[in-house]
Write a protein that binds this ligand. Structure first.
Ligand SMILES: [Zn+2]
Length: 172
């Protein structure tokens, strides 16, 4: 489970790179990139929901369950496609499509980095863990250090990229 900076910046970096390609020029706004970054973190709101519902030290474990399913971004993407094809509400369609992208990328990053994710809830409780970066056999302190280092590396790469192309002003 990467931390917030990675979850926010990876969709931002991907869309920013796409924005520079000829086929996507002028089609991806800063607002779109912002929405992708926000929805890259939204699935982890289950942590706040768990706290609100059950408080600290609760027996329930909502984290990485229903919000960490590809079902939600799939539904968002289908609605986006239907809205886009209808020719009406294209802005809303783009918003939902980008939200679906950010959300699905969050689930994908969690699967890759470590910890079990049930990506097809509520249709299946099948869980998957690739665990490229961390796994449950490692001490918690090592997992925390690796994920914090990932945040730092992703942030520094993004800063370097923005500085290189002198586009930092776009984000401030
Ligand atoms: Zn997560």
């Amino acid at each position: 489970m990467p931390y917030a900076v990675t979850h926010i910046l990876v969709p931002i970096i991907i869309l920013d790179l796409l924005k520079k390609r000829r086929a996507w020029k002028g089609k991806i706004s800063l607002h779109t990139i912002f929405v992708a970054g926000v929805f890259g973190l939204v699935p982890d709101l289950d942590i706040a929901l768990e706290f609100l519902l059950y408080g600290i030290g609760n027996p329930a474990d909502l984290h990485r369950t229903f919000t960490h399913s590809f079902s939600i971004p799939f539904v968002l993407a289908v609605i986006a496609l239907l809205l886009w094809r209808s020719g009406r509400a294209r802005k809303q369609a783009a918003f939902l499509g980008v939200a679906a992208f950010g959300w699905a990328l969050h689930v994908f990053l969690d699967i890759l980095s470590g910890g079990v994710v049930t990506p097809f809830v509520p249709f299946s409780s099948w869980g998957i863990e690739v665990g490229i970066l961390v796994n449950e056999a490692q001490p918690l302190q090592l997992q925390t250090s690796i994920l914090a280092a990932l945040d730092a590396v992703v942030f520094l790469v993004w800063l370097w990229h923005e500085e290189k192309y002198k586009k930092l002003k776009d984000f401030f």
